[in-house]
Structures are given as structure tokens and as C-alpha cells.
Design a binder for this molecule. Sequence first.
Ligand code: UD1
Ligand code: UDP
Length: 384
Amino acid sequence: MKSIKVMSVFGTRPEAIKMAPLVKELAARQNVQSLLCVTAQHRQMLDSVLNIFQLHPDYDLDIMEQRQTLTTITSKALLGMEHVLEQAKPDLILVHGDTTTTFAGALAAFYHQVPIGHVEAGLRTWDRYSPFPEEMNRTMVGDLAALHFSPTNANADNLQRESVMGEVFVTGNTVIDAMATTVQENFRFTEPLLNELDYTGRRLVVVTCHRRENYGEPMQNIMRAIRRMVQMHPDIDVVYPVHLSPVVRECAFGILSGVPHVYLIDPLDVEQMHNLMARCYMVMTDSGGLQEEAPAMGKPVLVMRRETERPEAIAAGTAQLAGVEEEQVLALANELLNDPETYHKMAKAINPYGDGHACRRIADAIEWHFGMRPEKPENFSTEK
Ligand code: UD1
Ligand code: UDP
């Protein structure tokens, strides 16, 4: 029986979380050799995910630098990948989403004429600089890829409209698959503070913020809005695991440290993060991943960005685009904290992003593409 080598390439925390269940699914397939190459664009935040999911990379480019630039990430990853591709000779490489690792990994594979599968394909804002550089990263990878794994129908429609070459599959988002293993009843946190919080008597707001296009004034506005919010509501706690980017840390600690009931902590491992979100009242974030996870847990999300490539949760009423102006972010947060009707309308568990079977569909689609399976997998649909 034919067998193929599939190499997954990723480098940052969100890619790792969303690719981990797929790497495992591929490894469980008899006719697939599942290889893993990490660029380590993120070092600590990546290693935390590898550790939780017990993944052991075959190749580690270890490229991260403090205050790295888009150019250094791209060039180091591209150069490192050359050697890896020559040695491993994969039949397919898989990249995920829209980071600079995603783009450099795909470009390296293209230069070696290795077909590319793009997981989380077809998300768009149609604004070249927002999110930056992610919108162009994913668009360029869309041009390079042969297999496009779109989480939703709308994402697949975007690709059809662009007339991308190759096959488009609607699979659901693999993050929903990942959550099936991380969220646990009676979870005990390893971060002591999180076992001490009063989750029933007080309301918990989980905050994250890291996007490059929010650096500077938008991020300062967001931090000021959070400071005012916590001062206006004595019954809330804010837990904010601060991204390791020095730009983010300077801003967050500069404005929020010492504010009572604001807990600025180091990034959490993904199990703690998901279980913390499962206990919260609401989420305020500019993260892509949190916009998908919170709705699946029935938690309202304020998206602190000017736009989003994830309109599904907004259409479903679980997420709201809050922008990056202090007054607007504060006003929307206050509405959710003051008005039970608004809150309950938003706090409904919906799953527009997946049913937990995305990895199976992707692995099936790969086997189908290589002639190892007669049937194309059925698309994910929220209608079922
Ligand atoms: C990157 C992605 C972004 C994704 C985000 C997820 C690009 C251009 N951006 O942004 O799409 O949403 O990851 O978090 O690919 N750092 C550490 N240790 C770590 C991780 C980061 O010290 O484990 C610090 C380093 O100083 C690094 C800086 O954070 O230089 C920024 O990291 P980088 O990957 O360039 O950008 P992110 O903002 O993390
Ligand atoms: N996350 C985590 N620990 C944290 C903050 C976030 O494990 O302290 C997880 C989060 O649950 C989601 C992913 O990291 O799965 C999102 O990553 P990030 O916000 O860095 O990137 P984005 O999704 O915006 O690209």
C-alpha cells in the first residue's frame, strides 16, 4: 500500500494549538508518516504547547530573537527550511493560518515544488494592512497552496471568489478539536492565583491583546478602557495573561500594573487558558483564536479591533466588534456588565467554527488527494 510523508510546519502558539490535533491525527493514519518541523518563531509560548500535547518536533529551526522583525523571521525560516526540505523530502507540507512562519514555510515548499496544504484557509478582511501582516500572509499562501482547508463555508467562498488554484475543502476549525481535550471538569490550575479566585461570587473578565496593528495608541486606549472598567465595577476581576512581546508588556504593565483586581500574569499553558475561559463571565481580546473559542463556550466576546476576518460569531450574536477607541470599548464592556438582557443574548453556546471533526476531514482529504481513499470527505456544515 502506498504511503506518504506529510510535514507540518509551524512556529507560534496559535498555530501549534490548532495543528497539534492534526499532527496526531496524521500520525494515527497507517499510510501517513507525520513529520513535524517547528521554526520556533515563538520559543517559550511554542514549547508550552508542544509540552501539553506531547509533540516532539523532528526539526527545530529555533529562529526566535527578542524584538524580531518580519524580515528576520522570514529570512531565517526560509533559509532553515531549505535544509529541512532537502533532507526530509516530504510529499506534502502543511502550514496553518497567517503568521510569518506560515508564509515563509509555504514559500520554501513552493521553491522546492513540494505541494502545500493550507489549514485555516480563506479568512479575509480585504484590508492589506489589517491585520498586519496576516492578511497578506494568508492571501499569498492561498496563491501557493494546492489544498485549502477552510474552517467555514464563508471562508471557502472567499477562495472561490479569488479563483485560487487547487481543491477547497470545508472542514471546521481544528481549534474546536483541540478544545475537546483541553477543557476538563474539576480542572485544577497550576497557577495558584487561578485556584484562589472567587468564580461564583465575582465576575471574571479574561483579557488578551497582542496584534501588531494595535501597537501604540490603540493598545493604550484598550488598556485605559480596561482600567476604567475595573474601577467602575467592584465585583469584577480581570485576568490578563500578557503576551511575551516586549512591546505589549511595556504597554500593559505601564497602564495596568498595580490596579486593584487586575491580575497581569505570564502566558498560560493552553489547558489553563481554556479552563479559565470556561469559568469567565466574558472575554475582551484582539486574538483570532479567542474569537473562535469563546463562542464555543458560550462566552460573550468583545473584539478589540477595527475589523475581523471571523464574522461568523458576530453574525451569530456572540461576539461584538468593539473597535480600539477607549470610550467605545468601555461603553460596550459596561453594557455587558450592566445589562443582563444584552449579556444573555450574547452568552449562548454556538459553534460556527467547527464540530470537533476538522482533523479527521483534513486527513481524509489528504488521503483522497493522494489516491489512498475513494471518497472525498463531506464538508463541515453548521446546518446539520
Ligand atoms: C505572532 C504572529 C501573529 C500571531 C501571534 C500569536 C507574525 C508576524 N505574527 O505575533 O500573527 O497572532 O504570533 O501570538 O507572524 N516572544 C518571546 N517568547 C515567545 C514569543 C514571543 O519572547 O515565546 C517575544 C519576542 O521578543 C519576539 C516578540 O515576542 O520577538 C514578538 O514575536 P513575533 O512572533 O514576532 O510576533 P507576535 O506579536 O507574537
Ligand atoms: N492562549 C494560551 N495562553 C494564553 C493566551 C492565549 O494558551 O495565555 C491560547 C488561546 O486560548 C488560543 C491561542 O492561544 O488558543 C491564541 O493565540 P494568540 O492570541 O497568541 O494568537 P492569534 O489567535 O491571535 O493568532
